[in-house]
Design a protein around this ligand. Structure first.
Ligand SMILES: [Ca+2]
Ligand SMILES: [Ca+2]
Ligand SMILES: [Ca+2]
Ligand SMILES: [Ca+2]
Length: 347
């Protein structure tokens, strides 16, 4: 007798029905975990590495941790790092989106590159969803990092310049190594990360992404807080960038590289990331717009209603819930009859 049928026998019909109902609820609510959410502020920020102009803006505490490399993915194991709770704040005005990330960690800055090594300094990335299906692991989902589900936009910042210096913001064209190594990139999975402007369809990529950083300590290894302050135009026109509109949504993920990961600094796979928590769904200020990019932003468990006719928004979800309810009843009846058959046979 299988363990499943013996479980049925010992559990009784009530438990079987309860399990079936739980299954129905699981189907109804989806299996994805809840995303994080944040309201962006309406503000104009000066990108100078000084967070004083964010003081009145509410942030979100985001836990960053090393991910578990999925089975079958042949990547080098990183040096272990403890998780860290960082603060994310987002603001927009009529022209730009602004992002602030504050990381409580000791000061590690190797100096200006070249000749120094940015893997011995902290590094940061902010990622935005472009394609609606893209997963938070650089376009991939939780279970298979080698299978891209869509494109994400990545601001990738290795600290090649001193605190307070303006990184990026200058050279257009390629997203690769503009001022101070603040790269405008995109990815479809962790192994397919590219600089904006490399594809034939991306003519004249807009890469004016800019940032400035600071730390509360100037002594190597001393505890304190990093401030990473960034901005970019809401609209860049690049297919390799997320495009933002007032009243729309930005789906964000964060990554932080700690130079304390190993004797030679951080490694590619050792970063602390928010990806295991899903996307950080960030509501941008302004009137709600149906044309908000990127893509539909239905939360887990909700049912997109965009397929219905005008004025018929409830139709799809109602129909689907009816199917789920009928399916659930069938499961209950099916499991109940299975229980009775098992019981009759073993009596
Ligand atoms: Ca500032
Ligand atoms: Ca550290
Ligand atoms: Ca990009
Ligand atoms: Ca770009």
């Amino acid at each position: 007798m299988s363990s499943w049928t013996s479980t049925l026998r010992s559990a009784g019909l009530g438990a079987v029905i309860a399990a079936a109902l739980a299954l129905v609820l699981m189907v109804g609510s989806g299996t994805a975990q809840a995303d994080l959410s944040l309201d962006a502020a309406d503000a104009t920020i000066t990108v100078d590495g000084n967070s004083a102009d964010w003081a009145a803006i509410t942030g979100l505490t985001v836990n960053l941790k090393q991910f578990e490399i999925p089975a079958g993915v042949d990547w080098d194991a990183p040096g272990p790092l403890d998780p860290v709770d960082v603060t994310l704040k987002v603001a927009t005005d009529d022209t730009n989106i602004y992002v602030l990330v504050e990381v409580p960690d000791d000061y590690d800055f190797d100096g200006v590159v070249p000749p120094n090594d940015h893997k011995m300094s902290a590094a940061l990335a902010v990622q935005f969803l472009i394609d609606a299906a893209a997963g938070p692991h650089m376009g991939s989902g939780d279970s298979d990092f080698e299978a891209g589900l869509g494109m994400v936009d990545i601001w990738h910042w290795e600290l090649d310049c001193a605190a307070g210096a303006m990184s990026g913001g200058g050279d257009a064209g390629s997203g690769n190594y503009p001022d101070c190594n603040m790269d405008d990139e995109y990815a479809t999975d962790p192994e397919t990360r590219e600089d904006d402007g490399k594809t034939a369809s991306a003519s004249g990529a807009e890469n004016s992404l800019a940032g400035s950083w600071s730390h509360t300590s100037a002594t190597i290894g001393e505890a304190g807080t990093w401030t990473f302050e960034m901005s970019r135009p809401l609209q860049t026109g690049d297919i390799e960038d997320a495009q933002f509109v007032a009243g729309g949504t930005a789906k964000i993920a964060l990554a932080y590289w700690d130079a304390d990961e190993g004797l030679t600094g951080w490694t590619d796979t050792g970063h602390l990331t928010s990806a295991d928590s899903g996307w950080i769904v960030t509501s941008l200020p302004g009137a709600a717009q149906d044309t908000a990019t990127p893509g539909p932003t239905a939360s887990p468990g909700s049912v997109p209603t965009t397929g219905g006719a005008p004025g018929d928004d409830g139709g799809v979800s109602t129909a689907l819930m009816l199917v789920l309810a009928l399916g659930g009843a069938a499961v209950v009846v099916g499991l109940g009859s299975l229980y009775l058959r098992v019981r009759a046979r073993s009596a």
